[in-house]
Ligand binder design. Structure first.
Ligand SMILES: CCCCCCCC/C=C\CCCCCCCC(=O)OC[C@H](COP(=O)(O)OP(=O)(O)OC[C@H]1O[C@@H](n2ccc(N)nc2=O)[C@H](O)[C@@H]1O)OC(=O)CCCCCCC/C=C\CCCCCCCC
Ligand SMILES: O=P([O-])([O-])O[C@@H]1[C@@H](O)[C@H](O)[C@@H](O)[C@H](O)[C@@H]1O
Ligand SMILES: [Mg+2]
Ligand SMILES: [Mg+2]
Length: 202
């Protein structure tokens, strides 16, 4: 769903990308540093209950996932390794967010239920992305579903931020339930579309 906003946000990040290019920074370094920053934001601040700080730090770095590809393309330096690195490190950033929130619910958030829900979101988000990668490796396509990565990131970061701003834990609880369901639905959607493609080959 968020893909439709790619063009707008690409315009937003383009000046940053061009500055980094002028500074001689490579897209791969942006991919790596962005992942480290996103992960640090989630793993340092969420477990301490500093949810808004964690969201703001994570948000500052998550856009690196838009910047890195733009940098590569604008220099004509898109590469297979870059594509591999980008997709692989996405999983680390996604995992850090839900591990950070799991540790929050194991500590100040004090809820076994929402700790488990965080783990479900972590798992089904990872399976969602793996399903697409495996499908593409087999010559199928599976870039479908109601909860692609950007959708999941926007949902969890915005709602976590709002829950902190308004001191409304319910907002975080609702988004965790929603993402657990939506990610699972997305996995089923991807299995379905690959099944249809496989049957069409017969
Ligand atoms: C007050 C409110 C609360 C507190 C503040 C909360 C604010 C939080 C707001 C938003 C945070 C969430 C933002 C999420 C950003 C999404 C980032 C993302 O997921 O991007 C995903 C994709 C990019 O995917 P990909 O990496 O595959 O594309 P690339 O362009 O990188 O291309 C990859 C190819 O490039 C080559 N390559 C790459 C790297 C490399 N090193 N070498 C290479 O060669 C190679 O060929 C690769 O194959 O982006 C998208 O999915 C597009 C859409 C994303 C845009 C969504 C952003 C939405 C932001 C804000 C939402 C609303 C905010 C509202 C705030 C207030 C709410 C009340
Ligand atoms: O949207 P999603 O399928 O869960 O996750 C996507 C991966 O499948 C893809 O390999 C990667 O390039 C994208 O950046 C995003 O991480
Ligand atoms: Mg990227
Ligand atoms: Mg990416």
């Amino acid at each position: 769903m968020m893909e439709r906003f790619r063009a707008f946000w690409t315009k937003v990040i383009a000046p940053v990308a061009h500055l980094l290019i002028r500074l001689g920074v490579s897209a791969d370094v942006v991919t790596l540093v962005g992942t480290l920053g996103l992960s640090a934001g989630a793993l340092v601040f969420f477990p301490q209950g500093m949810l808004l700080t964690g969201v703001l730090v994570a948000t500052a770095f998550v856009f690196s996932d838009l910047i890195d590809g733009y940098m590569a393309r604008s220099q004509g330096k898109s590469s297979k390794f870059g594509a591999f690195l980008d997709s692989t490190l996405d999983r680390i950033g996604d995992g850090a967010i839900f591990i950070g929130l799991s540790l929050y619910f194991a500590g100040p958030g004090d809820s076994a239920l929402y700790l488990v829900l965080c783990l479900v979101c972590l798992l089904m988000g990872a399976v969602t992305s793996y399903a697409r990668a495996k499908a593409e490796g087999l010559g199928f396509t599976a870039k479908v579903g109601i909860a692609e990565r950007a959708d999941r990131l926007v949902a969890i970061l915005v709602m976590t931020g709002l829950s902190a701003i308004f001191d409304a834990p319910i907002l975080l609880h609702v988004v965790l339930w929603a993402l657990a369901v939506a990610s699972t639905v997305t996995v089923v959607q991807r299995i379905w579309v690959v099944r249809q493609q496989a049957l069409a080959e017969v």
